[in-house]
Design a protein around this ligand. Structure first.
Ligand code: URA
Length: 212
């Protein structure tokens, strides 16, 4: 598994604003979108392309275009939805599938409650959007779901990650033949006893959409 921890002053600046408890929901949502676009730039470094011939006003030349089939973007509901706009701004022609996962706050175990994905993901590059890589339970369950549908390449974009969650995902897929990559804005210090990332930013879903 490849892990890329973004190291860019713009990302650090936006993350600091995002973490601040005084940041309101509209600003939080805008910052998440901006951060995803910056992280997606790194996450799509190996996106598949094909060579095409085009005519400029001056001459005929060859260029690269995104290959078919297009990548599949999979936001994990609910909080991953806040990342979708920033991602499709960068790849407007991507297909979007949805995976609803919830974690039991006592056992911290993740389960799937909704799925709107193509039946067959063979040959597809998948980009999973989940803001908080905490215990890793949700991401492992989501990756397994996509692998069972035949996904051949998976990259997750997470705003923040905890070392515990990263190790958990790494261990779960250490023998995976499918390339798996995690791109995150920062690797935080630890998880607290409630499974929250420290220093973190609190509950991403609540900060995006309010407490339900
Ligand atoms: N989910 C969140 O929204 N925040 C955390 O810190 C951990 C999991």
């Amino acid at each position: 598994m490849k892990v890329h921890i973004a190291d860019h002053p713009l990302i650090s600046h936006k993350l600091t604003l995002l973490r601040d408890e005084r940041t309101d929901s509209p600003t939080f949502r805008r910052l998440v979108e901006e951060l995803v676009t910056l992280l997606a730039y790194e996450a799509t470094r190996d996106v598949r392309t094909q060579t095409v011939t085009i005519k400029t006003p001056v001459t005929t030349t060859q260029g690269l275009k995104l290959a078919d089939p297009r990548p599949v973007v999979v936001p994990i509901l609910r909080a991953g939805l806040g990342m979708l706009e920033g991602m499709v701004r960068l790849i407007p022609t991507a297909e979007v599938g949805f995976l609803g996962m919830v974690r039991d706050e006592k056992t911290l175990k993740a389960s799937t409650y909704a799925n709107r994905l193509p039946d067959d993901l063979s040959g597809r590059q998948c980009f999973v959007l989940d803001p908080m890589l905490a215990t890793g339970g949700t991401l492992v369950a989501a990756f397994e779901f996509l692998l069972n549908l035949g996904a051949t390449d998976i990259t997750a974009i997470c705003i923040l990650a905890a070392p515990e969650g990263l190790s958990y995902v790494e261990k779960a897929f250490e023998n995976s033949k499918v390339p798996i990559t995690i791109v995150t804005g920062a690797l935080d210090t630890k998880l607290n006893e409630h499974g929250y990332i420290v220093p973190g930013l609190g509950d991403a879903g609540d900060r995006l959409y309010g407490v339900v």
